[in-house]
Design a protein around this ligand. Structure first.
Ligand code: OFO
Length: 164
């Protein structure tokens, strides 16, 4: 029997992961429309990862004999002033998701839910990577500034991201 507080918090996290998926798809669509296909590709790979994150929570709830509940997903915005603004927002979003994961861990510890704690360890490490990768891109885009050549090179580099 799954702890009800954990079940409810994990269902909320499914929604947050699906929103992340939606947000990165929206960023991909925007970048694609700006002819930055490499950056759009990076965002699409990221969106796929988010869908996988949501599925991990779904599978865990099922494994613990809990009940999955899907809620409406908030609409993401559709436009960003520049690629730098989009990646900055991605970095801020990942910091927000890390905070949520840490709060879930706090709850799992308070509830003495050892399987949930074990499950969340993967996400704690994953968030370190998610923040690092988005911050690295923000740093490079800041270096590039308004240089069209630099943006072209960044687009090329980010287009090489492989599916994880
Ligand atoms: Fe699911 O890690 Fe990003 O949001």
């Amino acid at each position: 029997m799954m702890n009800k507080k954990i079940e409810s918090a994990f269902n909320d996290q499914i929604n947050a992961e699906l929103f992340s998926d939606y947000l990165y798809l929206a960023m991909a669509a925007h970048l694609e429309s700006e002819n930055l296909k490499g950056m759009a590709h990076w965002m699409k790979v990221q969106a796929d990862e988010e869908f996988e994150h949501a599925k991990r929570f779904v599978d865990f709830i099922h494994d613990r004999d809990g009940k999955v509940k899907y809620a409406a997903i908030e609409a993401p915005k559709g436009k960003w002033a520049s690629p730098l603004e989009a990646f900055k927002e991605a970095y801020e979003h990942e910091q927000y998701i890390s905070k949520r994961i840490h709060e879930l861990m706090d709850l799992a510890i308070a509830e003495k839910d050892y399987p949930a704690q074990e499950f969340l360890h993967w996400f704690v490490s994953e968030q370190v990577e998610e923040e690092a990768s988005t911050l690295e891109i923000v740093g490079k885009l800041e270096m590039v500034g308004d240089s069209k050549n630099g943006l072209f090179m960044m687009d090329h580099e980010l287009g090489k991201r492989e599916d994880d």
